[in-house]
Ligand binder design. Sequence first.
Ligand code: EPU
Length: 430
Amino acid sequence: MTKYVICGGKPLHGEVEISGAKNAAVAILPAALLVDGVCRIENVPNISDVTLILGIMKDLGANVRMINRTTVELDCSTVYKQNVPYELARQIRASYYLIGALLGRFGRAEVPPPGGCDLGVRPIDQHLKGFSAMGAEIQVENGFIYAVAPHGRLRGAQVYLDVVSVGATMNIMLAAALAEGLTIIENAAKEPHIVDLANFLNSMGADIMGAGTDVIKIRGVKSLRGGTYSIIPDQIEAGTYMTAVAAAGGEVRINNIIPKHLDCITAKLVEMGVEIEEDGDSLIVRRTGKLTRTNVKTMPYPGFPTDMQPQIAAVLCLAEGTSILTEGIWDNRYRYADEFRRMGANIQVDGKIAVIEGVRQLTGAPVCACDLRAGAAMIVAGLAAHGITEVDQVYYIERGYENIVEKLAKLGADIHIKAIPDEDWRTSAG
Ligand code: EPU
């Protein structure tokens, strides 16, 4: 086990390369199950969620070959089973994509309900509603979801999502790609990774229209062929570095991004006094003066992303005045507030609303990453804080950020990884 140790208060300078998008990769890799032939997928982030998904794919019988650090070749013609073991699936939220992909390809799937970060209740009723509308019989028994298409192949259907769900939109797209006839998803989510999954499937021969709008039409095809595809850059990783510069100060060029995907984050940081310039597929982020307060509400794309809520909270903790932060997606995404308070932040939470009164200085403290993005926010706060911050439970952060310590150290941050002796870890985990 390891911790991250940060000696804060140093402005960041230099350039950082953004990796491929986690939430696209964890859907596109299972999507290879639908394909006849070899898929070569590039710009795959080197993070533990990807390692877990690839581990599940191997367990199902897929031939998985790393070509280099960010390129993987998947040949799913060797897949011989459709049941995902509990101990693998429970470690990752995105294991739910295995249901759509296995059901779409083989007409059956046995997958335990997904794990992932604790952000409050995380139902998948909309995914299952979509599969049922397409003719699947679903049973939840003995800790597994059993989904079967009685005639082997799903049939297209009209599905109206009661809530805008990223996971349900992508899962229904996976199930529908090889179904018989037309599937229409209404009230679909519009996140960049939804467009990326549609582009991947279309490049392999699928017929999907409307991804990126709230109505997606998928005309099922008989088969998909292999090919090469490159995953989009990670919007949230880029946004996290933007908030790191906002909090710590300095000037950083953030490379390999799609600036449009970051508009919602850019707009808020500019309101707070951060200077941001677009230059092709890079953003230059500069903060020299004071930060000013603002209000932020998280919403489905193109609104401000919930996965940036803890990181922007770290910046608001340092802004002059009182800011109101409203969480519009998850019931319980403020578990990190206690950790911020240990660093001297003034943050009060009531349900989905946090009131943050900016302070002049945060102070380093031992803190805990209580989930992936909360962990990233502890790093952002630690970079700005006076003194030493030690972030515990960093395995959450490593689920979604490739080489974060190395990338920040290259920007001049004083950050390193510290091994925790086994015994200390057992004591703190108890
Ligand atoms: N919801 C339902 N029923 C469903 C599905 C969702 O009620 O069947 C509700 C949820 O409870 C939530 C809202 O709808 O209130 C949105 O949930 P969504 O399905 O969009 O979330 P998700 O697919 O489980 C993905 C990301 C999350 C990100 C959300 C929202 C992956 C693997 N996870 O989760 O990412 O917060 O979309 O954008 O793509 C992260 O990366 O840190 C992370 C948590």
